[in-house]
Each structure stands twice: as structure tokens, then as C-alpha cells.
Design a protein around this ligand. Structure first.
Ligand SMILES: *[C@@H]1O[C@H](CO)[C@@H](O)[C@H](O)[C@H]1NC(C)=O
Ligand SMILES: *[C@@H]1O[C@H](CO)[C@@H](O)[C@H](O)[C@H]1NC(C)=O
Ligand SMILES: *[C@@H]1O[C@H](CO)[C@@H](O)[C@H](O)[C@H]1NC(C)=O
Ligand SMILES: *[C@@H]1O[C@H](CO)[C@@H](O)[C@H](O)[C@H]1NC(C)=O
Ligand SMILES: *[C@@H]1O[C@H](CO)[C@@H](O)[C@H](O)[C@H]1NC(C)=O
Ligand SMILES: *[C@@H]1O[C@H](CO)[C@@H](O)[C@H](O)[C@H]1NC(C)=O
Ligand SMILES: *[C@@H]1O[C@H](CO)[C@@H](O)[C@H](O)[C@H]1NC(C)=O
Ligand SMILES: *[C@@H]1O[C@H](CO)[C@@H](O)[C@H](O)[C@H]1NC(C)=O
Ligand SMILES: *[C@@H]1O[C@H](CO)[C@@H](O)[C@H](O)[C@H]1NC(C)=O
Ligand SMILES: *[C@@H]1O[C@H](CO)[C@@H](O)[C@H](O)[C@H]1NC(C)=O
Length: 335
């Protein structure tokens, strides 16, 4: 019993230290590349601890370094800066307040890092128009991770492992008009997904190449004008009619899904551009309606080679914007 009591006492003394002190060291000899303007000279500097600048520059690029964790105040910049990129630096974790930058950036890009979670406190106060977190290992973005960021306009999360689209990402981010999260693992678009994105300019939403099966009928409720909604390469069987009631969607992409037709309400919409099926299960009668719809409304059909099999008549109907071809179904020859 005595032999156990001493280590227990030691642990209880050490524990408060590990809880209250951030166990985070800023690495030495981190190479950073700095350029004065878009095409200007590139300077090669070495940061010892925090990254700081002593003059106004256009871009800071940190690439191929080893910085496992970005500690609090890791980047302290009080000079002018437009672009900050951290690429392929083995970043696993970013502490709240890691970025202490007074300038308003055009782009903050953190890519090709084994980063798993975007925590509250990291980006809420960072002034940047575009935040690009593509090509990391992000599975979780905390609901309030971007809250109150009034500078943000564009969020890119492409090629990560995000499973859930959270409408709360846009709480009090009144200027976000573009979200791009292609190649992730989302399975549904929830109700009121885009309600808190901006109302002052058309929205651009890219959710292609996910695993979306379900779109809540209220998904687009309360959203502003939608310039572009890209949902290609998902597992969508049905688009809820409510998506098209009293909404403005200009360009819709739903190619490479499992659709068989569009809902009635679709045919009343004011769409100007449509990219859709390449699935032979698409309903032939519906395809004719779509053809008439796009012709009557002068809708641009982006990939017009749409085929459906009318088995009863033994033909494939190939739909192009201006022409409809009927081709006999060729049965695979038996050897
Ligand atoms: C930067 O400088 C270091 C040390 O002088 C050198 O090893 C490295 O190759 C340089 N990097 C670039 C990208 O110029
Ligand atoms: C980082 O490494 C990659 C691959 O080795 C190389 O192509 C790239 O130029 C490097 N980036 C910088 C800024 O040194
Ligand atoms: C990432 O950086 C390491 C050096 O830290 C380098 O060996 C590797 O080629 C880089 N990878 C890419 C994709 O740039
Ligand atoms: C940001 O850096 C400044 C020094 O430039 C410091 O005074 C301030 O406390 C830092 N902010 C935070 C939130 O740590
Ligand atoms: C956003 O701002 C409100 C009001 O100032 C504050 O109560 C809240 O904690 C902030 N949220 C975050 C995540 O910082
Ligand atoms: C939208 O923003 C309002 C006010 O900031 C907030 O109460 C609401 O929860 C947000 N809705 C969503 C779906 O995030
Ligand atoms: C259509 O949407 C607008 C604004 O979102 C709203 O004011 C109006 O009541 C809606 N009309 C119908 C018929 O839902
Ligand atoms: C085409 O759509 C049907 C009906 O929804 C579905 O069962 C089938 O898997 C789809 N084909 C492909 C290649 O996705
Ligand atoms: C389509 O619009 C017409 C005319 O506004 C209306 O009578 C009809 O109910 C609408 N159909 C659907 C399915 O929304
Ligand atoms: C259809 O749209 C095209 C370009 O979007 C335009 O050039 C053409 O005049 C339009 N035709 C009609 C009949 O509105």
C-alpha cells in the first residue's frame, strides 16, 4: 500500500501543471519564405520560435517543415500581410489564439497536414476573406469554430473526412457566400443548412463527391439566392420538391447520382443551368419532360449526353440539348 501511495501523491502534484500549462513548444529553425509582392523577390528566413515579421510583405509561405502543434501566439504579425500559407508541415493540432495577426488577409491556407479537428478559438478572430483548409485530415469542425468571424467570405474544406454539415458553422459569419467541401464523407444536407450564409450576394455551394443520400426538404429554407449548387457524385435518389418552392437556384449540378426523375416543383423553377444524370435508370418519360423544360426555358444543359433505356420499346433514348436520338438496345452477344 505504501509503495502505491507515493506515486499517487506525485501524480496529484504534477496533474495541475499538465492541466493548466499548455504543453506546447514553438519549434526552432523553421524555414519560412517571404515575398514582397505577387511576383516579387522571395526571401528565405529562419524562424526561432514564433513566426513574426519586421516589415510589410505580400506573402508568408511555410512549407515542408515539421511543426506538430501550432501553439498559442505561434504567428504574431503586426505588419501588412496578404497571404499566409502553411503547407505540409505535419501540423496535428492548432491551439486557440495560435494566429495573432493584425492585418486583414486575402487568404489563409493550411493544407496537407494531418490535422483532425478545427477547434473554437483558432479562427473566430482571424481576419481573412478566404480560409482554405483543403487536403488535411479534418473530421470535426466544432459548431462555433467560425462564429463571429465577420471577415470570412469563402470557406474551402475540400478533400477531408468531414461527416456532418453543420449549419452552425455560419452563425454570425454574415459575409460567407461560398462554401466548398467536395471529397468529404457527408451523408445528408440538414434543414436550414445555408440560412446563416450571406443574403447580400448569391451563394456558391459545392458539396460534390460526398456520400449524400438525404437532403432535408427544408435544406434551402431561408437561404439567399443560390448562384450554384453542386451535388454531383453523391447517392441522391430523390430531390425534395420543397427545394424548388419559392427559391432561386441558378445553376444546379446533380450528375452521377441515383436520380430517376425530378420533383414536380422542379419544372416550375427558374433554373438557368442544369447538369444532370448519366444513369440509364433515369425515367424515360421524365427525361422527355426535362428536355421540353430546358428547351422552353432556354436552360443551359451542361453535360447533355443523357441516356435512358425504354425497355418496353427496346430503345435507348439519348438526349442532347437540341436533338433526341433513339438507339436500339444492343444486347450483349453470347459467345
Ligand atoms: C533556405 O535556406 C536554407 C539554409 O540556407 C537552405 O538549406 C534551403 O534550401 C533554402 N530553401 C529554399 C526554398 O530556398
Ligand atoms: C515542398 O516539397 C515538395 C516536394 O518535395 C516540393 O515540390 C516543394 O517545392 C517544396 N516546397 C517548398 C516551398 O520548398
Ligand atoms: C512534405 O515535406 C517533407 C519534408 O518534411 C517532404 O519530404 C515531402 O516530399 C513533402 N510532401 C509534399 C507532398 O510536398
Ligand atoms: C497578440 O500579440 C501581442 C503582441 O504583438 C500581445 O500583446 C497580445 O497579448 C497577443 N494576443 C493574444 C490574444 O495573446
Ligand atoms: C461570439 O460573440 C458573442 C457576443 O459577443 C460571444 O458571447 C460569444 O462567446 C462569441 N463566440 C465565440 C465562439 O467566440
Ligand atoms: C442562425 O443565426 C441565428 C442568429 O445568429 C442563430 O440563432 C441560429 O441558431 C442560426 N441558425 C443556424 C441553423 O445556425
Ligand atoms: C417566399 O420567400 C420570401 C423570402 O424568403 C418570403 O417572404 C415569402 O413569404 C415566401 N413566399 C412563399 C409563398 O412561401
Ligand atoms: C441509377 O439509379 C438507380 C435508381 O435510383 C440506382 O439503383 C442505380 O444504382 C443508379 N446507377 C448508378 C450507376 O449509380
Ligand atoms: C407550378 O406553377 C403553376 C403556375 O404558377 C401553379 O399553378 C402550379 O401549382 C405549380 N406547380 C407546382 C408543383 O408547384
Ligand atoms: C438562350 O440563351 C442563350 C445564351 O444563354 C442566348 O444567346 C439566346 O439568345 C437565348 N435564346 C432565347 C430564345 O432566349
Amino acid at each position: 500500500m505504501h509503495t502505491l501511495a507515493i506515486p499517487a501523491l506525485l501524480i496529484s502534484l504534477l496533474l495541475p501543471l499538465t492541466v493548466f500549462c499548455e504543453n506546447c513548444e514553438k519549434p526552432y529553425n523553421v524555414e519560412i519564405l517571404v515575398s514582397d509582392d505577387v511576383n516579387g523577390d522571395i526571401k528565405n528566413l529562419t524562424a526561432q520560435g514564433a513566426i513574426t515579421l519586421h516589415q510589410d510583405v505580400f506573402q508568408v509561405l511555410v512549407a515542408n517543415q515539421t511543426i506538430k502543434k501550432l501553439c498559442q501566439n505561434y504567428v504574431i504579425i503586426n505588419n501588412e500581410l496578404t497571404v499566409l500559407q502553411l503547407l505540409n508541415n505535419s501540423i496535428e493540432d492548432i491551439s486557440p489564439s495560435a494566429f495573432n495577426i493584425s492585418a486583414t488577409l486575402a487568404l489563409l491556407k493550411i493544407s496537407e497536414n494531418p490535422l483532425n479537428t478545427i477547434k473554437k478559438g483558432v479562427f473566430n478572430e482571424v481576419r481573412t476573406k478566404e480560409l482554405d483548409l483543403s487536403y488535411n485530415n479534418i473530421a470535426v469542425i466544432e459548431a462555433d469554430a467560425l462564429e463571429n468571424n465577420t471577415y470570412l467570405e469563402i470557406i474551402k474544406l475540400n478533400h477531408n473526412f468531414i461527416k456532418e454539415f453543420d449549419p452552425n458553422w455560419f452563425t454570425k459569419t454574415p459575409n460567407v457566400y461560398k462554401i466548398s467541401a467536395i471529397y468529404n464523407e457527408m451523408t445528408k444536407i440538414p434543414a436550414y443548412a445555408f440560412v446563416n450564409m450571406t443574403k447580400s450576394r448569391p451563394l456558391k455551394i459545392r458539396l460534390s463527391a460526398n456520400r449524400i443520400e438525404e437532403i432535408d426538404p427544408m435544406a434551402l429554407e431561408g437561404a439567399g439566392i443560390i448562384d450554384m449548387l453542386k451535388l454531383g457524385g453523391n447517392r441522391i435518389r430523390e430531390l425534395p420538391g420543397q427545394l424548388f418552392v419559392n427559391k432561386t437556384i441558378k445553376s444546379l449540378q446533380v450528375d452521377t447520382n441515383k436520380l430517376q426523375c425530378f420533383p414536380e416543383e422542379f419544372f416550375n423553377s427558374t433554373l438557368t443551368e442544369l447538369t444532370f444524370e448519366d444513369n440509364t435508370s433515369f425515367d424515360c418519360a421524365c427525361l422527355i419532360r426535362v428536355k421540353n423544360f430546358v428547351e422552353d426555358r432556354n436552360v443551359t444543359v451542361v453535360y447533355p449526353a443523357i441516356i435512358c433505356e425504354d425497355k418496353s420499346k427496346g430503345v435507348q433514348i439519348v438526349f442532347n440539348k437540341d436533338k433526341t436520338f433513339k438507339i436500339p438496345i444492343i444486347k450483349p452477344s453470347t459467345v
